[in-house]
Design a protein around this ligand. Sequence first.
Ligand SMILES: NC(=O)C1=CN([C@@H]2O[C@H](COP(=O)(O)OP(=O)(O)OC[C@H]3O[C@@H](n4cnc5c(N)ncnc54)[C@H](OP(=O)(O)O)[C@@H]3O)[C@@H](O)[C@H]2O)C=CC1
Ligand SMILES: CC(=O)[C@@H](O)[C@H](O)COP(=O)(O)O
Ligand SMILES: [Mn+2]
Length: 381
Amino acid sequence: MKKIAVLGSTGSIGTQAVDVIDAHPDLFSLTAVAANTNWHTAACQIKKYKPAFACMIDKTASEHLRSEVGDICTIFQGQEGLLHLIEETDADMVLTSLVGAAGIAPTLSAIQRGIDIALANKETLVAAGELVMEEAARRGVRILPVDSEHGAIFQCLHGRKSEEVEKLLITASGGPHFRLPAEDFPHITVEQCLNHPTWNMGGKITIDSATMFNKGLEVIEAHWLFNMPFNRIEVVVQPQSIIHSMIQFIDGSVIGQFGMPDMRLPIQYAFTYPDRFPVRNAKKINWNTLAHLDFYAPDNEKFPAIPLAYEAGMIGGTMPCVLNGANEVAVYAFLHKKISFTRIFEIVRAVMEKHTVCHDITLDSISSADSWSRRCAVSLI
Ligand SMILES: NC(=O)C1=CN([C@@H]2O[C@H](COP(=O)(O)OP(=O)(O)OC[C@H]3O[C@@H](n4cnc5c(N)ncnc54)[C@H](OP(=O)(O)O)[C@@H]3O)[C@@H](O)[C@H]2O)C=CC1
Ligand SMILES: CC(=O)[C@@H](O)[C@H](O)COP(=O)(O)O
Ligand SMILES: [Mn+2]
């Protein structure tokens, strides 16, 4: 029985992870949950699965949760409380399905405790990939990818030697604006962005898919997860989101992972690796109706997010952290209708241009680069 702590249990990935746990009571138990404000969903999870610990970041939400289910489990509060939860938990695995760079500290704490990580929270690897991967290697902790593309690459790499790999091919849906002419970009609305063509996800990542910053973040995530130089990572637009990513080998052979767009598959595989089990009510590909699979190159003029991410990744040091922090600020400003869609690109680029890179990577240098980039981005809104 694997005991799993789900950080971000009330979100898109978190609730699907709870569904995976629910489907296999013989394999998994839910031993801790954490969320920001949504105490109601957390309370339902606590009543049903009886985890030992919970944490709400928001103070009022933690008080509501305590009065509702304080007799069932110990409830912590705030970022500090989340670290206490990590210190106390008996989890065998922590799923990082919270959103944004807030994932860095709890992920590092879990690694320091020797707990395996199922990693959905890509912002943590973008901002602090060097720290996280070094710490995981030092402690012998496994980082199992949940992000669909990285889960796919992980499956394709299984049993292969790294010197056989020529490049990673990360697929992208292209998002809702893939076919929209560039002249319409300044008028793109939040509602248009939230209408993702193939995936149903949380707000922040859905905007990232619309700008294609999601793909840029995923290129940096792949660099750290698979120790792959940036010139051997390529983005391929695959609008049906049936091929979740591929690997090209040195002999020209390409192996891809196919499946319907359903995040429960990579979540469950991260939980059960190297074994496979059925995914409850999973839709399978119908090869008779899947008329075609299309492939396109990304349009780097319309979507400068991808070249900006390659640039940040290749500069290295604190630059990817700065790209991530500025993007987070710009995305929420767009979601709150304070800036236009195309300002997101401009703000991230401007913040990167103003940044003096630090190559001495510590938790302090990452934290200060993250805070600096957020202040700088706010000043541009
Ligand atoms: N959704 C998807 O299909 C995919 C998501 N990912 C990645 O997974 C992560 C989660 O995405 P998604 O599930 O879509 O996001 P959601 O917005 O749906 O959920 C985010 C979750 O994190 C919680 N949360 C927010 N801030 C904090 C914080 N500071 N500390 C603790 N918990 C917090 C939220 O709580 P509350 O509900 O109270 O706000 C919620 O439970 C992101 O990094 C995303 O990029 C990767 C691949 C696919
Ligand atoms: C499900 C998942 O992993 C998302 O990251 C997804 O890939 C987003 O779609 P885009 O390919 O449009 O960014
Ligand atoms: Mn993805």
